[in-house]
Ligand binder design. Structure first.
Ligand code: SAH
Length: 243
């Protein structure tokens, strides 16, 4: 993939426009600051393998923005991003829809340190970090079935992800899995997990990222029934013995 030789900010503006998710100048400035902070912190800790500003702009920021092809966010929508890493897609969703109450969950403390710093640097309020394994937090009454929308990108294959994520979704709410070109192939093997955990595939949205940056699949799951108390199983089991 060869990206056009234009500033990262310009790529985000153009790319978002072509996806039908226009972003304003203030928001663009926040993304530019995000890219700068990420590059800066990445020199001291491993937050992302992508180290070029324009690649971060397209592969992380634009890619995360595409969640708005599937869902909307805002004031009344409590969002949880699981395995958020350096904040993708959660932090981008927050920048685009700043009224959204957002929780960022990761099992690595230093990634959350970065995100807390970033939220302050960007002047974002209503961002909470949660340092936990998803399997543990998913059994905690404070978090279980408390979210309207749960997101995850690049965390695990779909049937594993469903066990990590669906317990947090309120009945009637949504889980969005952001996947690569072969994401649809994970749907078949996830049938059993869906029925055990109370989810139903609502839509699979295929699209291409701008600038030839690759194909993607958004898998949108609706929670229809409460997740039985047996799930999630203890930390490590979902990936070791997928449903
Ligand atoms: N979503 C980000 C990061 C993906 S890397 C992105 O798309 O760029 C996967 C992240 O998930 C890592 O930060 C890892 O610490 C976290 N993670 C993996 N399994 C987890 C679990 N069971 N509970 C909580 N976090 C987990």
């Amino acid at each position: 993939m060869v990206l056009p030789d234009r500033p990262a900010e310009e790529l985000i503006r153009e790319g978002a426009e072509s996806l039908g998710i226009p972003v304003g100048p203030g928001e663009l400035g926040q993304y530019a600051a995000y890219v700068r902070e990420l590059l800066d912190w990445n020199q001291r800790m491993n937050l992302t393998a992508v180290t070029d500003a324009r690649e971060i702009a397209v592969k992380h920021i634009l890619d995360s923005l595409t969640c708005f092809l599937a869902v909307s966010a805002g004031k009344g929508v409590r969002v949880l991003d699981i395995g958020t890493g350096a904040g993708f897609p959660g932090m981008v969703l927050k920048i685009h829809a700043p009224e959204t109450p957002l929780t960022l969950l990761d099992s690595t403390r230093k990634k959350l340190d970065f995100l807390e710093h970033l939220a302050k640097a960007l002047g974002l309020s209503g961002v909470e970090t949660l340092h936990a394994r998803a399997e543990d937090a998913g059994r905690d009454r404070r978090y279980r079935e408390r979210f309207d929308l749960v997101t995850a990108r690049a965390v695990a294959e779909l049937r594993v992800l469903l066990e990590l994520c669906l317990p947090f979704v309120r009945v009637g709410g949504l889980f969005l899995a952001m996947k690569g070109p072969r994401g649809d192939e994970e749907v078949g093997p996830a049938k059993r997990a869906l029925s055990l955990l109370g989810g139903e595939i609502e839509r699979v949205i295929p699209f291409s990222l701008p600038f030839g940056a690759g194909e993607r699949r958004l898998i949108l799951v609706r929670k229809r029934r409460p997740t039985p108390a047996a799930y999630p199983r203890k930390a490590g089991t979902p990936s070791r013995a997928p449903l």
